[in-house]
Design a protein around this ligand. Sequence first.
Ligand code: ADP
Ligand code: MG
Length: 330
Amino acid sequence: EAVVNRIAAGEVIQRPVSVVKELVENCLDADSTSINVVVKDGGLKLIQVSDDGHGIRYKDLPILCERHTTSKLSAFEDLHCIKSMGFRGEALASMTYVGHVTVTTITQGQLHGYRVSYRDGVMEHEPKACAAVKGTQIMVENLFYNMTARRKTLQNSADDYSKIVDLLSRFGVHHINVSFSCRKHGASRPDVHTVATTSRLDAIRSVYGISVARNLMKVEEKDNDPSSSVFEMSGFISNANYVAKKITMVLFINERLVECSALKRAIEIVYAATLPKASKPFIYMSIVLPPEHVDVNVHPTKREVSLLNQEVIIEKIQLVVESRLRNSNE
Ligand code: ADP
Ligand code: MG
């Protein structure tokens, strides 16, 4: 059975960045305002994610890493949509089958925190009292220690680290009321560092730099038509002065970080037709759709989504982007 669990866990946790994504989403779910990530050896040696959220109650610790343990009841009700983050209490459990997981946490009003380690879904020992500041710290060590083949395919730690940096950059641009940092273990400077702000442009500037931020235009669209394609969209898109070698698209749908290659291509086409010299744009876009219109692939690690009425929605967004680009040209 351990082998079966490990194989299943290896499906949920494909690479170090999948661990970081699940841990950070848990921090966000716990109402954190500060999330700090430390990575060693591309994440294979260590991934440590600390937050200042509401913490985990002592009585929840024994079952925390059992499969399907979730405190997010709505996750079960919303299986067909992506309104709530998290994949049905699968993430932490999976990590314990392919790595060594240690949780340190303190809830409000407690005098001390608790630390406990997990392996193969169960606690290795009773929770130990320890000093702790507000929130939760989760450490995943020796990822894929028991999966030789997987470890072999992940030899390029720089590549895995850059995927993690990219992930935190995207979260930083969207969740502007949260401060994020990401650094290599032992490094004095973080590679991502955002400070909580009320300005989206400030957040984009601190992640992607001034040369990106100064060439952006706001886009916004709200459609209250009660028919099938109700949607809200807001974001920033690059202007004629932004010239890059490849498109950057930071996309959140219903507060969830996703990819939608059809939409990405559709926007590129608009740019190629309207601003051919700046045809590799920077796009940050947050879209709100009725949850039943979004189909996350059943596979939990896939970021790619498909939308109901995808053509209609994509065409609408194309029109909004196109008219914004034309307005700026005049
Ligand atoms: P899910 O997010 O789908 O519920 P996970 O396996 O990711 O499943 O997490 C299991 C549970 O552990 C969560 O429901 C939550 O109660 C708790 N948890 C995990 N990480 C944190 C955190 N950083 N702060 C508070 N609670 C957490
Ligand atoms: Mg989760």
